[in-house]
Write a protein that binds this ligand. Structure first.
Ligand code: PEP
Length: 255
């Protein structure tokens, strides 16, 4: 039995109006055995416009929710941005930071992700820090180096105590939304490497305690095998989290 509680999260990306979100959450809540949420941390990440609705449906259910991004600034002239305190006021517990789509389409660098990580932690939000290599980097044999650099730069200045609240998600860019999943062995190897990076940065204890999720085309068919690997502590699920049956099945396979 692992020391680390399994964690299954749904990243809805830019999908679902608040009405559709309400429907999806009701179905998840109904289909999920209440006991399950004490054995597995279940978190959904809806778009900002649905967070309030999701908070209402999930009230007292044990199912948690968070945001897909946030600003590293506190407030002020930042048109279109959302602050950590706005998310906390809605009852968000987690925030996804450094997702590869943010890095790719919105030019978020490791330095920006580091600022956001620091802001989330100082505001009481728990970051789900996403790292992962592109196909080109893997083909050049750079995957371990790239991910180590992402971990090192994004967690710069984070203290050991705050690491209790950090979740890492390994998401190879070539596997996100492509239907191409990393094999359980490929994922396990990278999760072990990430634990090595965490040990070098912090300590063996922290490396052993930090939950590392796999993300990239996880489905109800492949989740069980991935989650059974020693260093895989759950998943960050995109497409398959938009259908309640598949998402519930994936949560069940984390047990
Ligand atoms: C993601 O968005 O984090 C993700 C892993 O997406 P998908 O499961 O659709 O590949």
């Amino acid at each position: 039995m692992s020391l680390r509680k399994k964690f299954v999260a749904g990243n809805w990306k830019m999908n679902k109006t608040f009405i559709e979100s309400s429907e999806l959450c009701k179905n998840i809540k109904q289909g999920l055995d209440k006991k399950l949420t004490s054995d597995v941390d279940v978190v959904v990440f809806p778009p900002f416009t649905s967070i309030y609705t999701v908070s209402e449906v999930f009230r007292d259910s044990g199912i948690m929710y968070g945001a897909q991004n946030m600003s590293y600034k506190d407030d002020g002239a930042m048109t279109g941005e959302i602050s950590a305190s706005m998310l906390s006021a809605l009852g968000c517990e987690y925030v996804i930071l450094g997702h590869s789509e943010r890095r790719q389409y919105f030019h978020e660098t490791n330095q920006i992700v580091n600022l956001k990580t620091a802001k989330a932690l100082s505001s009481g939000l728990k970051p789900v820090l996403c790292v992962g290599e592109t196909l080109e980097q893997r083909e050049q044999g750079l995957h371990v180096k790239v991910v180590d650099e992402q971990i090192t730069l994004c967690l710069k200045g984070v203290c050991a105590v705050d690491m209790e609240n950090v979740i890492v998600a390994y998401e190879p860019v070539w596997a996100i939304g492509t239907g191409k999943t990393a094999s359980p062995e490929q994922a396990e190897e990278m999760h072990r490497q990430i634990r090595n990076s965490l040990e070098n940065l912090f300590s063996a204890t922290i490396a052993g305690r930090t939950r590392i999720l796999y993300g990239g085309s996880v489905t109800d068919k492949n989740a069980g095998e991935l989650f059974s690997m020693n260093n895989i502590d759950g998943g960050l699920i995109g497409g398959a989290s938009l259908k309640h049956e598949a998402f519930i099945q994936i949560i069940n396979s984390a047990l």
